[in-house]
Design a binder for this molecule. Structure first.
Ligand SMILES: Cc1ncc(C[n+]2csc(CCOP(=O)(O)OP(=O)(O)O)c2C)c(N)n1
Ligand code: SF4
Ligand SMILES: [Mg+2]
Length: 288
């Protein structure tokens, strides 16, 4: 990847140094057309985007409350269609907005198969308000609302959305930019409700060196913690086979897992194996 190519993003922005969500937008903005309407529910990106006219991405964008993003995008796409416009409408939402507070509206828009692209930048907590747990936060992670570490699993939003039978779901990571951009391009070529989950480490909330963002994302993929997948009309495909490095190498980089003891690490590994068994089952089903 040519790191000097910022796509539609301006060279400066006000995210924390090493922000994975800012890096992800840099990649996405290299492939979306300039006329893409971007809908941003509350989250770090409400701030990062900047104030008109000093926006850090050269796209028309609108800020909405959490629960309104999908409804707003639906109406905007309908209005554009009436005007014979073919511009894509893209929701750019955090995990809190996606997995929790906006989930009802997301499910409804997916069920109606609205013609929008929904991208969730997943940093696994409510970062803009100080790292509170979301249902995307993984088991064993420290957040300000799980001082004794989270005891529940990360919600599997890919499986849930797959049950909606939407045309396209993909997961991608900032550690694999070509794969990420390829999947966004593929989503742009399709119509109907498209969902992309982007793994975007947050050095601030994960208590990690800001230089380690891409490294952490890569280790998450190689340890199988963040599977790279595509689901087309309910059919699962693993797009990258992890090398199965020990999950401890991923944990080591971050402060949020530092209190997870041996028993906790074994439990994390068991959960991971269970998750992959479910993925493999779905891939196998696709070949029956
Ligand atoms: C209904 C509602 N509840 C709470 C808030 C406060 N709030 C603003 S941003 C935010 C965090 C959003 O988290 P996420 O969607 O994961 O995005 P991130 O901040 O991590 O980028 C919260 C809780 C709000 N704006 N609206
Ligand atoms: S808190 Fe995290 S997600 Fe938010 S701007 Fe900083 S690094 Fe990015
Ligand atoms: Mg978040």
């Amino acid at each position: 990847m040519d790191l000097t190519d910022c796509g539609l993003m301006e060279p400066g922005h006000i995210a924390c140094a090493g922000c994975g969500a800012a890096l992800a937008m840099k990649m996405v903005s290299r492939v979306i057309p300039e006329e893409t309407r971007v809908v941003v529910p509350a989250g770090c990106w409400s701030i990062i985007m900047g104030r008109h006219p000093d926006l850090c991405v050269r796209v028309p964008n609108v800020h909405t409350p959490f629960a309104l993003a999908c409804g707003f995008a639906t109406g905007m796409r309908a209005a554009l269609r009436r005007k014979n416009g073919d511009s894509p409408v893209l929701v750019w939402a955090g995990d809190g907005a996606t997995y929790d507070i906006g989930f009802g509206a997301l499910s409804a828009a997916a069920e109606r198969n609205e013609d929008i692209i929904y991208v969730c930048y997943d940093n696994e907590a409510y970062m803009n308000t100080g790292a509170q747990r979301s249902s995307s936060t993984p088991y064993g992670a420290w957040t300000t609302t799980t001082p004794d570490l989270k005891r529940e699993d990360k919600k599997d939003v890919v499986f849930i959305l797959a049950e909606h039978g939407i045309p396209y779901i993909a997961t991608a990571s900032v550690s694999h930019p070509d794969d990420l951009m390829k999947k966004v391009k593929k989503a742009l070529r399709k119509s109907g409700f498209r969902f992309i989950l982007l793994f975007t480490p947050c050095p601030t909330g994960w208590m990690m060196e800001e230089s380690q963002t891409v490294n952490a994302a890569r280790l998450a993929v190689e340890a199988g913690v963040f599977p790279l997948l595509e689901v087309e009309n309910g059919v699962f495909r693993v797009t990258y086979e992890p090398s199965w490095i020990p999950v401890e190498r991923y944990f080591e980089l971050q402060g949020r897992f530092k209190d997870l003891d041996e028993k906790g690490v074994s439990s994390f590994k068991e959960r991971l194996e269970r998750r992959w068994r479910r993925i493999r089952e779905r891939v196998k089903d696709a070949h029956l």
